[in-house]
Design a protein. Structure first.
Length: 120
């Protein structure tokens, strides 16, 4: 390869420069002796498509319990219930207890149909 051919190929690999005309050829291309030749040229290509979403990470620890909120308003009054059956009270037996014993009354019926037995 001739020296001219090698210089021509070298010039074609360099970028145009108008700042260093003292060492560049008439086409504003760097000569092999130019001090402004870049040592590394970084070529950046197009940005690729976004990759798929990764897996969900593990659940973190439970946070501290928050403060108790304010008490809510009182709810509406409920409907009136149906009337119940009237209770009954009867006197059952009346007997005399032993001398010096305490008097007593017991219910031998139920809470809605009481039968009171007296010991006096």
């Amino acid at each position: 390869m001739t020296e001219n051919k090698r210089n021509q190929e070298e010039n074609e690999r360099h970028v145009n420069c108008s700042r260093c005309s003292c060492c560049c050829n008439k086409d504003n291309r760097h000569t092999p002796s130019c001090s402004r030749l870049p040592e590394v040229i970084t070529i950046i290509g197009p940005v690729g498509a976004t990759g798929p979403t990764g897996p969900t990470g593990a659940t973190g620890p439970t946070g501290a319990t928050g403060a108790t909120g304010a008490t809510g308003p009182t709810g509406p009054t409920g409907a009136t219930g149906t009337a119940g059956d009237a209770a009954t009270v009867q006197v059952g037996t009346v007997s005399t207890g032993d001398p010096g014993s305490a008097a007593s009354v017991t219910n031998s019926g139920s809470s809605s149909s009481a039968i009171f037995d007296f010991v006096i």
